[in-house]
Design a protein. Structure first.
Length: 151
């Protein structure tokens, strides 16, 4: 069975680069009445409730408190997608971090049938994160571009 994800771009940062894609956090609907995700209106209402409760900013990555609030509304946080580099960016040094960390104290692992992370969990460049990161150059400045896709 295909897993449907509710993808929402929560960050609307003003971009200095024309054509740069917005970043966003992805949530999965845990309720799924009759096997279908709830409506966007329900999702937006839950987002608004959590923004009001936590004081989080719509222009920043979701905080742990915001993610916990969304879990209370039965939306599980799945990932954060970095903004894509502007067109014409040069790519090199691409690495996909899809293997679990050999160090049990750092990175992502399977524990008791669940995915868990220890230390630096918001870093997409740690083992087991599933992100693909590459070096890019945008307007002459070296940067890292990390993204994650779900099947």
């Amino acid at each position: 069975m295909k897993q449907l994800c509710v993808r929402v771009a929560l960050i609307s940062c003003a971009s200095a680069f024309a054509g740069a894609a917005l970043a966003g956090d992805t949530y999965y609907d845990l309720v799924r009445p009759h096997g279908h995700p709830r409506s966007d209106a329900v999702f937006e209402a839950d987002l608004n409730a959590c923004y009001a409760q936590t004081g989080a900013s719509r222009t920043q990555r979701d905080t742990p408190a915001f993610r916990t609030c969304m879990l209370g509304w039965r939306w599980r946080w799945q990932s954060y997608t970095e903004p894509k580099a502007a067109s014409g960016a040069a790519a090199s040094g691409t690495v996909t971090y899809n293997r679990d960390s050999p160090d049990p104290n750092v990175g992502w692992h399977w524990e008791n049938g669940m995915r868990s992370c220890h230390y630096d969990c918001d870093n997409p460049e740690i083992p087991g994160s599933g992100y693909t990161c590459k070096s890019v150059t945008v307007l002459g400045m070296p940067m890292r571009d990390c993204s994650r896709t779900f099947p």
